[in-house]
Design a protein around this ligand. Structure first.
Ligand code: UT7
Length: 330
């Protein structure tokens, strides 16, 4: 088996900042409620940027940081639940825009855990020797599936994209990973696609209008999250010889500050180990972890040898975590 290293990160976010006070003008909410229940103060919302454009921006930024050209890529995976099109996939559209002519491309939907799923899949291709270099992108435009009259969800979700480049390397950068799902709890977080509709369906009931928006049972997802986050973190350490106290940074899915604090408490860890940027970006689903990763990398928060855990949960329901050693730098 080959070693896999993370060699670059990138991100791209829409320009428009929407504050809690802005939302209080649209729905019956307040800065006080949103801040105290979630930790979110503001978020970025598309004013026309598409999921593909955000993904392309994140891809370019990651390639620049990895100092490789798009033609070096063997694989592009885009984790998204909000593609612009059923066809072609977002990954194929990114390929076209950046000129990654040698890459195999596909999208993957594991909701907010999508980026960890994407890194996990890409890592397997590199470990086995099938591919040498892969680009994994988490790109979302949740604002287009958000019901802007529903205060229980519209205050949470936001738009953005982040990316990372993985490559076969000398050192073991990706140390371990776990992914999993619990489809039995899928009803907690849903967004319907098209119902059956074709010439042969005469039954009018199938033509009934269905919601196009995200529905969430927040309390159930909350309960799931505070259980699986600590479990995932501990599972990534199993069999590695690395203990929790050796970990330098944890980058959690940015959904709710209370969930992150609860996970820290369960693990008896100082909350400062967990990187938090959700006050500025809200919940960008599959983009939240790579945006945070890129933000930390660009701010030189990592030093060579640092041990980092990425951990997420989300629709599906899905969960996952990855243990990485930072191999870049002096
Ligand atoms: O990445 C996807 C994963 N999703 C998540 O991680 C979400 C996990 N869940 C959560 O983060 C929390 O459950 C929420 C932030 C969504 C909600 O917080 P909560 O403490 O569970 O609040 P709640 O749903 O129990 O609602 C409490 C009250 C309700 O009013 P009543 O019934 O007590 O009178 C809601 O109607 O707060 C009301 N409420 C609001 N009030 C003002 C709900 N949304 C709002 C709002 N502004 N935006």
């Amino acid at each position: 088996m080959f070693n896999v290293e993370l060699i670059g990160t990138g991100s791209c976010i829409p320009e428009k900042v929407v504050t809690n006070d802005d939302l209080a003008k649209i729905v019956d909410t307040s800065d006080e409620w949103i801040t105290s229940r979630t930790g979110i103060k503001e978020r970025r919302i598309s004013t026309g940027e598409t999921t593909t454009e955000l993904a392309v921006g994140a891809a370019r930024s990651a390639l620049e940081s990895a100092r490789i050209s798009a033609e070096d890529l063997d694989l592009i995976i885009v984790a998204t639940l909000t593609p612009d099109d059923y066809l072609p996939s977002t990954a194929c559209q990114v390929q076209k825009h950046i000129g990654a002519d040698n890459a195999a491309c596909f999208d993957l939907n594991a909701a907010c855990t999508g980026f960890i799923y994407g890194l996990t899949v890409a890592s397997q291709f590199i470990r086995t020797g099938m591919y040498k270099t892969a680009l994994v992108i988490g790109a979302e435009e949740l604002s287009k599936i958000t019901d802007w009259t529903d205060r229980t969800t519209c205050v949470l979700f936001a738009d953005g994209a982040g990316a990372a480049v993985l490559q076969r390397g000398e050192q073991q950068g990706i140390i371990s990973e776990i992914i999993g799902s619990d489809g039995n709890k899928g009803d907690c977080l849903t967004c319907p696609a098209l119902p059956p509709r074709n010439y042969f369906i005469r039954d009018d009931s199938t033509k009934e209008s269905r919601s196009e928006y995200v529905y969430m049972n927040g309390r159930e997802v909350y309960k799931f999250a505070v259980t699986v986050m600590p479990e995932c973190i501990l599972k990534t350490l199993e069999g590695t010889g690395i203990s929790l106290s050796d970990i330098d940074h944890i980058i959690p899915h940015q959904a709710n500050l209370r969930i992150i604090d609860a996970a820290a408490k369960k693990l008896n860890l100082d909350a400062s180990k967990f990187y938090v940027n959700l006050p500025r970006f809200g919940n960008t689903s599959g983009a939240s972890i790579p945006i945070a990763l890129d933000e930390m990398a660009k701010a030189n928060r990592f030093k060579k040898g640092d041990l980092i855990i990425l951990v997420g949960f989300g629709g599906g329901l899905t969960y996952g975590a990855m243990l990485i050693k930072w191999t870049m730098g002096e």
